[in-house]
Design a protein around this ligand. Structure first.
Ligand SMILES: Nc1ncnc2c1ncn2[C@@H]1O[C@H](COP(=O)(O)OP(=O)(O)OP(=O)(O)O)[C@@H](O)[C@H]1O
Ligand SMILES: [Mg+2]
Length: 238
């Protein structure tokens, strides 16, 4: 589905990575891990055409995304890509309904009710985004992804600011999207999120990361652990 080939990125004289190879297939969910500053966000931004790599190619279904013109980039982002951010990225003074409508494709009537029910926000269409809690806002962002039905989802620490139950829901919905055939890439520092993925790629070393103690976990166990880790983190922060 998406392949980064010989990808390189530098900022001035600082080389973040060189010769990076990563393929994520349809139906796969891959964690991007690595130390803070190793370039996880930068890689997601390159894959999502928010930033340009310094070298290499990004192939999406055979097309080199790095060679697309402005119209092609816009169409890829509009029609194929779903992005999930740590800070939710909703239109804050708009209603939940309007935030879901942003994802609407021409000629498609999105099923808002079903998406909102899936994320536990049934009947909340008319509320303004800024009146919702952080966890609820991220669930609206998830509903927006479901409405959009993207083929590629890029998520940048989507559970970073959430308590355990909300974090587990984010993982569940991403997993569901991947089961439906989406390629999902998640930058994360959370062991539970990583364990819920099919594999992990270490952006720092440019290699597949060891699964460590998470080997053999089933997704349900991982979601539980996301929940526990998140709850502990949440409690510590208070
Ligand atoms: N526009 C930019 N100009 C210069 N340097 C940048 C720019 N964007 C990112 N960097 C640098 O690139 C490095 C990688 O940043 P990035 O945000 O991708 O790391 P990360 O792996 O996502 O870290 P974290 O885990 O903290 O989110 C950092 O040292 C950062 O300062
Ligand atoms: Mg980052």
């Amino acid at each position: 589905m998406i392949t980064a080939e010989n990808l390189a990125k530098s900022f001035g004289s600082r080389v973040l990575w060189q010769d990076l190879h990563l393929t994520v297939g349809a139906g796969e969910m891959v964690a991007l891990v690595g130390a803070s500053g190793s370039g996880k966000t930068t890689l997601l931004n390159c894959l999502g055409l928010l930033d340009r790599p310094s070298g290499g190619r990004i192939l999406f279904e055979g097309t080199d995304l790095t060679r697309l013109g402005p119209g092609g980039r816009r169409r890829f982002r509009r029609d194929r890509l779903g992005y999930l951010f740590q800070d939710y990225a909703l239109i804050e003074n708009a209603t939940v309904r309007a935030n879901l409508d942003v994802a609407r494709r021409r000629g498609v009537r999105p099923d808002h009710a079903r998406a909102l029910e899936r994320v536990g926000l049934a009947g909340r269409e008319e509320e303004r985004a800024h009146h919702l809690s952080g966890g609820e806002q991220q669930r609206v962002a998830l509903a927006r992804l479901m409405v959009k039905e993207p083929s590629l989802v890029l998520a940048d620490e989507p559970t970073g600011a959430l308590d355990g139950d909300n974090a587990a829901m984010v993982v569940d919905v991403l997993r569901q999207l991947s089961r439906e055939g989406c390629a999902v890439v998640v930058a994360t520092h959370n062991d539970g999120v990583r364990a819920a993925c099919d594999r992990a790629f270490d952006v720092g070393s440019g290699r597949e990361a060891e699964r460590g103690d998470s080997a053999g976990w089933v997704v349900e166990r991982a979601a539980e652990r996301v929940g526990r880790a998140g709850r502990a983190e949440h409690a510590n922060r208070r």
